[in-house]
Design a protein around this ligand. Structure first.
Ligand code: FAD
Length: 301
């Protein structure tokens, strides 16, 4: 049970945007997992800075989430304060530069860039996360990734200091951006090449159509469970291990795209986690390949 009295300053400041014991099924795309002790949705950058300062002073753990589209939250829930950044969604355009707050929907940036004839991220259309989540994961698709166009990020460190990191200061690679784990990302700047609006919008439509055709978008999931192993595809290896449609409880390896685990109805986080482990073990036994998790486990497993 959350200690509501201890958190009363948060309730006073954030009102309806501060909720006790909200289940992760309501704020993650897996639609599974236990409760956040306290869930806060700050409405401005100043409020987020205030909240981070409050947690630091009180010694309370703070977990940051964008759209919860790349995480699995334990059934035991998340202790401390969980912050959803979705209300910090400002986007500004200046020439070939787009600046976005961390909670802006990634696809709003991708769509806007295509509509303005700014090339370089149009193929990341439809990634259902936030700008902060996309930077943290170096999210990408169809040969493009967030860091292709990233110029800088602005962040808050654990001591409460504001930082501006240039791309060159952040070691990064395929679904990897190092050193961001302990930072609160506040905003990011992207620079584009000039492109042809009609071509970019056409590319965008093709990508969205391909997602619709290939991915089980009709079920809750968190996208690809595992990273692509060198020279191969996780989905191919999982399919080759005969695991399409394999289930544990309500969790199922998607028959449409073996790289996805779907919540086919009433899955617990324990079901999903057990299935992840089983898939890894069977792929290792069948092919010798050790799949690496792309998704992030939060809480106790
Ligand atoms: C149907 C579907 C399709 C998908 N397709 C793709 C795809 O094509 N390519 C791809 O790369 N991914 C894909 N994903 C996965 C996911 O959408 C991306 O990884 C996305 O970038 C995660 O963003 P998020 O805001 O949801 O992050 P969350 O899941 O909320 O968080 C992910 C991590 O980022 C951290 N984080 C989030 N915001 C901040 C912040 N402001 N500051 C610091 N840390 C932060 C969190 O603490 C967590 O560690 C897909 C997911 C789904 C459900």
């Amino acid at each position: 049970m959350p200690d509501c009295a201890a958190y009363s300053p948060l309730k006073e400041k954030f009102g309806e945007h501060c909720v006790f014991g909200a289940p992760a099924s309501g704020f993650t795309t897996y639609r599974a997992g236990g409760p956040a002790e306290v869930l806060v949705r700050p409405g401005s950058r100043e409020d987020l800075l205030w909240l981070a300062g409050w947690c630091r002073a009180a010694g309370v753990r703070l977990t940051l989430l964008g759209r919860g589209s790349n995480v699995l939250v334990s059934d035991k829930g998340l202790p401390g304060v969980t912050v959803l950044t979705g209300r910090l969604s400002g986007i500004k355009v200046s020439g070939r530069t787009i600046t976005a707050e961390a909670g802006a929907l990634w696809d709003d940036v991708a769509r806007l860039s295509a509509e303005l004839g700014l090339a370089g991220l149009d193929k990341t259309a439809g990634i259902p996360g936030s700008v902060g989540g996309a930077v943290r994961m170096n999210a990408g698709a169809f040969g493009q990734e967030t860091f292709d166009r990233l110029v800088w990020v602005e962040a808050l460190d654990q001591a409460g200091g504001l930082l501006r990191l240039e791309k060159k200061d952040i070691p990064h690679g395929y679904r990897r951006a190092e050193g961001l784990e302990k930072l609160i990302l506040l905003s990011a700047g992207f620079e584009f090449e000039a492109g042809d609006i009609a071509v970019l919008l056409q590319d965008r439509s093709c990508v969205l159509a391909a997602r619709e055709t290939k991915q089980p978008l009709e079920f809750p999931s968190a996208g690809s469970v595992f990273k692509r192993p060198p020279g191969d595809y996780a989905s191919r290896l999982i399919d080759a291990a005969g695991l399409k449609g394999f289930r544990i409880g309500g969790a199922e390896v998607s028959a449409k795209h073996a790289g996805f685990i779907i919540n086919s109805g009433g899955a617990t986080a324990a079901d999903i986690y057990a299935l992840m482990c089983e898939v890894r073990a069977r792929v290792k036994a069948g092919s010798g390949v050790e799949l690496e998790l792309e998704q992030i486990l939060l809480g106790d497993f």
